[in-house]
Design a protein around this ligand. Structure first.
Ligand code: NOJ
Length: 500
């Protein structure tokens, strides 16, 4: 949301800005947009700290700007899902402000309070408990200390969430991306988490037994409206855990971070994940290699190599699953690096920096370590043109622009038919056209010589895809095969897609 297009020069992206880019997105072939949080928020965590579930943050515009954006998106056949954060609120939320006033305040039980904390840790580092001196009790925060966890064992919280869902569904959104949805504290504070090799095992604080009930309520509420979609962010590296949340009465699809956020490139590992998702998941998996929480796929997986990046794109648009593309991937955007502590806006990066400093590292070493976990590096403004601020804004940008924007931007790449932008466009057009690529099942899924190969079929049509991360190979096409994309003589990192 904050990094796409700024219409009023305040340095933050906004609804009017995105609305002005809808023609671009339509031309690219995009069918849906996931908006990161845009509700009123002090933005200590990029808006994942909601202060009011019914108000649009003024930085992004007003309700009318939102309505116009939605109407214009729908006009172009583009659906819109919103990021909903239901695990915690900002401490600025009216609910929390009331809750903290006294132990008998009607909102007290919207949050989780204890006289004595247990050993549970925050996912951003350190303890998950903070003393509130007003009443001398600790409140629970699974993430930043300025974001307090909601008490999902309180039926009033469940009712509030249902109202919020209905409000935004009535407003016309096509669905939700549910933030850390398996982290909901539905069963209260349980036993201390066990430790293993110095690391806390999140045995009791996530995947609590009531999470599915909460999801059922959410799904039933959403299902009362036609054609809506839910994607869940599930924090887990276990495919069996992911699988249990994906069903008709729970979530439509879930993110698998073992696939999407692998820290370094390995064709074999990518293949293994595809295979295990195929074996274990009952429905479609999600296919993505980037988000606002991880380093750019161009640097993390493609080593800055455009062909490799295109091959990865070929995979997410042709394998079985729901593809997600993080803004700017289509122009090969890179990470930005912070050169000082001040340049890290992201709380996770800052927390890691501070933790590193506590271990008495030098500020330089701490900065390096902070940078590792600095999620801001993938949040630089979208690069629209060679103008100042990359055409993202006319006056400033909340975060620095990547230094390569003069050569690497939409305006330049659109003029070059061999650019990565055109690869994305071609792939998206192919996926939009071919039902096999949207709905087809796998007839085979194989890995050999660093090539990922699959054949998918649907209603009597068959498409084979070879994504080549290995050596150049000559391939023999079956008789009558029609090449949809690529060459029969594959060069490294090129892929071929044919119908037969
Ligand atoms: C997951 C979001 O993607 C991330 O950006 C955020 O910091 C945490 N959830 C906490 O809401």
């Amino acid at each position: 949301m904050p990094s796409y297009a700024d219409s009023n020069g305040d340095g933050y992206g906004d609804f009017k800005g995105i609305t002005s880019k809808l023609d671009y997105l339509q031309d690219l072939g995009v069918k849906g947009i996931w908006l990161t949080p845009f509700l009123k928020s002090p933005k200590v965590d990029n808006g994942y700290d909601v202060a009011d579930y019914y108000e649009i943050d003024p930085t992004y515009g007003n309700k009318q700007d939102f309505d116009t954006f939605l109407k214009e998106a729908h006009k172009r056949g583009i659906k819109v899902i919103m990021d909903l954060v239901l695990n915690h609120t900002s401490k600025d939320s009216q609910w929390f402000q009331e809750a903290k006033k006294s132990k008998d305040n009607p909102y007290r039980d919207y949050y989780i309070w204890k006289d004595k904390p247990n050993n549970w840790e925050s996912f951003f580092g350190g303890t998950a408990w903070e003393l509130d001196v007003t009443n001398n009790q600790y409140y629970y925060h699974k993430f930043d200390v300025r974001m307090a966890d909601l008490n999902w064992s309180n039926p009033k919280v469940v009712d509030e969430v249902q109202k919020i869902l209905q409000f935004w569904l009535d407003a016309g959104v096509d669905g939700f991306r549910l933030d850390v949805i398996n982290f909901l504290t539905t069963d209260g504070i349980l036993a201390d988490n066990p430790m293993k090799d110095g690391n806390q095992q999140h045995l009791y604080d996530i995947d609590q037994s009531g999470v599915k009930e909460a999801m059922k309520m959410i799904k039933a509420t959403v299902n009362a409206y036609p054609n809506r979609f839910i994607v869940g962010e599930i924090g887990s590296d276990k495919i069996q855990v992911l699988k249990q949340y994906q069903s008709e009465e729970l979530l439509d699809v879930v993110f698998n971070f073992n696939f999407g956020s692998i820290p370094a490139f390995s064709a074999e590992r990518i293949f293994n994940e595809l295979q295990s998702m195929e074996k274990v998941m009952s429905n479609y998996p999600t296919l993505f290699f980037g988000s606002h929480d991880m380093p750019r796929m161009m640097d993390r997986l493609a080593d800055g190599n455009l062909e490799k990046a295109s091959a990865l794109a070929a995979l997410i648009f042709t394998a079985k699953g729901v593809p997600f593309v993080y803004y700017g991937e289509e122009i090969g955007m890179h990470n930005i690096i912070a050169h000082s502590f001040e340049e890290i806006a992201d709380i996770q990066g800052k927390t890691h920096y501070q933790l590193a400093l506590q271990k008495r590292k030098t500020p330089e070493e701490a900065l390096l370590e902070g940078n590792k976990n600095n999620r801001d590096k993938s949040r630089s403004p979208m690069q629209w043109s060679a103008n100042e601020f990359a055409g993202f804004s006319i006056e400033k940008s909340w975060i620095k622009v990547s230094p390569d924007f003069k050569d690497n931007n939409v305006e330049v790449l659109r003029k070059d038919k061999n650019s990565i932008f055109y690869k994305y466009k071609e792939l998206i057009a192919l996926r939009n056209k071919e039902k096999v690529l949207q709905y087809g099942k796998y007839d085979r899924l194989e890995f050999k010589d660093n090539q990922i190969l699959y054949t998918r079929s649907f209603e009597g049509e068959r498409i084979t895809v070879i994504v080549n991360f290995g050596k150049p190979t000559k391939i023999e096409l079956p008789k009558g095969a029609k090449i949809l994309l690529g060459e029969t003589h594959l060069r490294t990192n090129k892929s071929i897609i044919y119908k037969h």
